[in-house]
Design a binder for this molecule. Sequence first.
Ligand SMILES: Nc1nc2c(c(=O)[nH]1)N[C@H]1C(S)=C(S)[C@@H](COP(=O)(O)O)O[C@H]1N2
Ligand SMILES: [Mo]
Length: 220
Amino acid sequence: MNKAERIKRMKVPAVDPALAHRLPPGQVLTERFPILHEGEEPVYDLNTWTLRVFGEVEEEKIFTYDQIMALPQTKMVCDIHCVTRWSKFDTEWEGVRFADLLHTLKVKPTARYVMIYGDYDYEANLPLADLMRDDVMLAHAYAGKPLTEKHGWPLRLIVPHRYFWKSVKWVRGIQFMTEDRPGFWERNGFHNEADPFLEQRFSGEELPIPEDEWMKKEFD
Ligand SMILES: Nc1nc2c(c(=O)[nH]1)N[C@H]1C(S)=C(S)[C@@H](COP(=O)(O)O)O[C@H]1N2
Ligand SMILES: [Mo]
């Protein structure tokens, strides 16, 4: 099948012209929810699950799940954009704003970058300023229900204004840093900033991601 044929066969909703400005360049809208990650899905016991905060903080902290749930809770609706070209509008999340978590910490003024660690051996880097936006949260629920295991239960990051690989699932660690350092995909040819509206997909040459790559993955 040639490329034009393949694209014609993709069952994707047409974008309402009134919403077209919300679809970044080179993206296709989907109503389903693809599942994408490297490696195995972790299995947790909430009684032993922890979130470790370390690096440029006055005091390292280990949060239990109950302590996360006791922080101020926020609901939000946002659009998400994966570098494999799917976008999904109006996704509903509930969790703790990154900024609200930060207010419980004593972050040193030297902290300018953050590494978010997720199981297993996944990490993504972001400037601290990006994480302080109102729409960045550690989510534990999606569409009114607890996150499913495949989507990152019990806790995942949501960074709507960056390609979705920065939205680390199964978050276990947050490291505040003085200097930037590339995460997993950022070391493997993907863009350090990853703004979907600027189409910041790759750091160098385009990587050969087939147009329909995400259609072959699992969906909800
Ligand atoms: N821990 C972890 N988080 C991860 C990944 C991963 O491999 N491991 N993949 C990222 C990528 S590339 C994408 S597109 C999104 C997919 O989230 P979803 O499966 O809920 O759609 O998770 C991101 N978070
Ligand atoms: Mo992705």
